[in-house]
Design a binder for this molecule. Structure first.
Ligand code: 4AD
Ligand code: MG
Length: 506
């Protein structure tokens, strides 16, 4: 047995594949089977005249998702999916599938999510999961090649890391405990042993909101580096993101084609410097008090709105024409299906554009009225990133909006040395990090201010008692990165089995 992705080395040979039937088509005396085996897809042709009666009869029994073993000769054929085709001479059924709930017709997203255990077999979902795998591999590759040690933080924790409002409580042998919100505090301890470390583990946030960016369980990569200040940290983040994107672009060309991701913006950004903007500047840009390339955010968004409205009008004109055509008694029956398809697509496109246009006035309003000192909301991030084709790094934050461990700037005590990375194309925050406070007394003050239980942080304070040094780190949300790299509308498709508000099954 070989796998479908080994076809190029087996051209002209008689080989066997084991896999599942994703689609079948019949014509006179010939069955066309699209086989998938986890590594790829291939059209396999069962010709009655070549394969014989028994094999042809077997082929006719194949339902969608039936498991089969097919033996035959591999031919190169650029017109076919994957570039090869099999002329089958043996069909062995492994197990016949019952009527499969997911067909080629469009399904609602809730239905697909209820059938997530099956949906992951679909070509698009398969491609996304393969890209996710390549991203994970590239992340390890980068850190391991830079001398970082992977060091794992616990999942059961006795203390909060990122504020108490998003904690999942649990029980640990009759003792209250939480699921980890971040491995960072343990990462800091491990960096004092190993110098440059990264954790890569599941992370839990009880976010009772349904957004396209939030999961309740996600995977976070958290490097922590002894003797790095926030400038070193920012440089590392930039190099890291570029290296990961570059490797994934090289490895996943076929997958990007399947999901129809135009990768130009990703290809370009690996060669340019990411803008580094202070929080103060970002607020000015957001509120339209500062121009970029001669335009403010407000002007840019107003232009976007006008453009969207123009597109909507044009599509509506086309829709009216197509509806006239389909109702015209002179239109041939055979054409009607084709026109109906067009109409459905047009309606979808119009709905999507209307949704986007509908948001812009809200975005504009909240941008204009943004109050200095607040954290940026999702819509503010969308407005800010609209002005750039690369990720942007926002640093020097008001300390009130950041976590208790964040290093205060000695020259500007109202600022903390944090950094957030916002991804372009409307994706927003993918990385949060910064320099850590080294002064024990300042941390104690913050623990009191944040009303956190001092006892639970005694071990953390030890890190400041015994050889405290400047150190920094960051956290990257894996699924946020996958969503952006694949340009997905929602984070739910970035992980095999998403856990989010309202979804615990399958
Ligand atoms: O900004 P956050 O909360 O930072 C931390 O947890 C720090 N302790 C990290 C560190 O410095 N070591 O989270 C970091 C990243 C976010 O930028 C985002 O990408 C992701 O984690 N993230 C989420 N991803 C999906 N769903 C959620 N609910 C997320 N919350 C955060
Ligand atoms: Mg954050």
């Amino acid at each position: 047995m070989i796998y479908l992705n080994q076809a190029p080395l087996n051209e002209g040979k008689n080989v066997t594949f084991k896999g599942w039937v994703t689609n079948t088509r019949s014509s006179k005396g010939i069955e066309f089977i699209i086989l998938r085996d986890g590594t790829g897809f291939m059209q396999c042709v069962v010709d009655q005249a070549i394969a014989g009666e028994d094999n042809y009869e077997n082929a006719k029994k194949l339902t969608q998702e039936t498991a089969v073993e097919l033996t035959g000769t591999i031919k190169k054929d650029d017109k076919q999916i994957g570039g090869y085709e099999m002329q089958v001479n043996n069909v062995t059924i492994i197990s016949i599938a019952e009527e499969y709930p997911i067909s080629n017709k469009p399904h609602g997203v809730e239905f697909l999510m209820d059938n997530r255990h099956l949906w992951i077999r679909a070509k698009r979902q398969w491609a996304i999961l393969r890209i996710r795998n390549s991203i994970i591999y590239a992340i390890h590759n980068f850190f391991q090649s830079q001398g970082f040690m992977q060091a794992d933080a616990p999942i059961f924790t006795g203390n909060a890391c990122e504020g108490t409002t998003t904690l999942f409580s649990t029980e640990f042998y009759e003792q209250p405990a939480y699921l980890s919100q971040s491995g960072q505090l343990y990462g800091e301890a491990m960096a004092m042993s190993l110098s440059k470390i990264y954790t890569f583990g599941p992370t839990f946030r009880a976010e009772k909101s349904k957004t396209r960016r939030h999961l309740s369980e996600f995977w976070m990569i958290e490097p922590e580096m002894a003797f790095f200040d926030n400038n070193d940290n920012m440089l590392l983040i930039e190099n890291f993101l570029k290296a990961v994107i570059k490797e994934v672009l090289e490895k996943c060309k076929p997958e990007f084609e399947i999901i129809e991701r135009d990768t130009k913006i990703l290809e370009n950004l690996v060669n340019v410097e990411f803008p580094k903007i202070t929080y103060d500047e970002a607020v000015k840009i957001l509120k339209g008090e500062k121009t970029l390339n001669g335009k403010t955010t407000i002007e840019t968004l107003e232009e976007d709105l006008a453009e969207l409205n123009k597109n909507i009008t044009e599509l509506n004109i086309e829709l009216v024409e197509k509806e006239k055509l389909i109702n015209d008694p002179n239109t041939k029956k055979g054409q009607k299906n084709f026109i109906q398809n067009k109409i459905d697509n047009l309606k979808n496109d119009i709905k999507e554009l209307e949704e986007r246009a509908g948001h812009i006035p809200e975005y504009l309003n909240s941008a204009k009225n943004f109050i200095y000192g607040n954290d940026f909301g999702g819509s503010d991030e969308t407005v800010l990133t609209r002005m750039f084709d690369t990720p942007i790094m926002i640093y020097n934050w008001p300390h009130e909006v950041k976590a208790f461990y964040m290093k205060r700037d000695n020259e500007n005590p109202h600022l903390a040395k944090g950094v957030d990375v916002l991804a372009p194309e409307g994706y927003g925050e993918i990385v949060g990090g910064g320099e850590r406070e080294t002064d024990k007394n300042k941390i104690i003050e913050k623990i009191i201010e944040h009303k956190l239980p001092m006892q639970a942080f005694e071990w953390y304070l030890d890190l400041r008692r015994f050889g405290t040094v400047t150190h920094s780190g960051f956290g990257l949300g894996l699924e946020r990165l996958v969503a952006w790299i694949c340009k997905l509308k929602h984070i739910r498709e970035t992980i095999p089995f998403p856990r989010m508000y309202g979804r615990l099954f399958p």
